[in-house]
Each structure stands twice: as C-alpha cells, then as structure tokens.
Design a protein around this ligand. Sequence first.
Ligand code: NI
Length: 189
Amino acid sequence: MIRPIVLYGHPVLRKKAQPVDDFEEGKQLIADMFETMHNARGIGLAAPQINILKQIFVVDTVQLAEGYDDDEMPLGTPIKKAFINPQIIEHSGNPIVYEEGCLSIPDVRANVERPFKVLIKYQDEEGQWHEEEYDGLTARVIMHEYDHLQGKLFIDYLSPLKKQMLSSKLKNIQRGKVKPFYPVILPNR
Ligand code: NI
C-alpha cells in the first residue's frame, strides 16, 4: 500500500523514532515503505517520513546499478534492504561533498559533506542482527536515512548562507504550497 509522505514543516520529522519490537507488524510496514519509496522514485525512505515513529528505514540502490556512471561518487555495493533498530558504529574515509535531496523536501537539492564509509549494526525483518560496512552512494543514503530516525534532515548541514538561499522554497513547502506527483501529508495538517 502506498502511504502519503510527510512534507517538511510537519513536526514528526523532528522527533526521535522508537525501537521496533513487533517484527510481524514491521513486515507489512516495510513492504509499504518500499512501495511508497518506489512510487515516489526515491532511493531511501525512513518510517517517520510516513508518519510512523519507528526505527526503520529502507534503501534501494540496486535500481541505480545498471549503467551507473558518476565519477564523483561511486555507487558502492548496491543494496535493496530494510534496516531495523540501526546503530551507526563508525564513520570513516575522507569526507565527500555531494548533492542530496529528500522526498519530504521536494525540489530542494544541496551539497552535503559526509564521510565516505559507514559501519552499521541493524536487525533484519526476522530480527537477526547484522554488522556491515558500506561506502559510496549506498553509504550516503544509509547516513541520510539514519538521520531521519534522529529527527535530523540534510538541510541541517547547510551553511546559514545556503539555507538563506533556499528559504523561500522551504517556506513554500512549510505553507503547503508544494504538491509533488506522489501522495503527501501537508505540514500544516
Ligand atoms: Ni530524506
């Protein structure tokens, strides 16, 4: 089931997500998250973005693998998976500046500096723990989605000047004036 995506300005995007203990309930939610993300042509989605304060995010960089060609940012190992109760253990590698966007902040893109690699511990849909290292674009998506579970957004990394430059776009989203092609929950509802 495609769920509406919460837009910037809605308070749920600033709250901390809670740990998951019911993995059966989690499975349906994860299926919906993949469907919602793909419908919106995204490569990552976190549960707070569909108004659910649970520690779950999904990533699909497999869909980018065919013909991927970006000298600035290697893809890393492409994955299509759900991360439940994730904990980032370590960042490493040289920080890289790369352009990001977010399904909750439509039509806003900006450069963000993040480390190249990430070591993450998480549970899968069966509750099994894994510890894995990722790099490149896959690591970047993981870091972006992980931030959502802490109530953090990519625009929080921008300089005051850059944020000022984007302020009218951000205000339009906050005022419910932006209507993407996918279903959304407006911030003022
Ligand atoms: Ni996002």
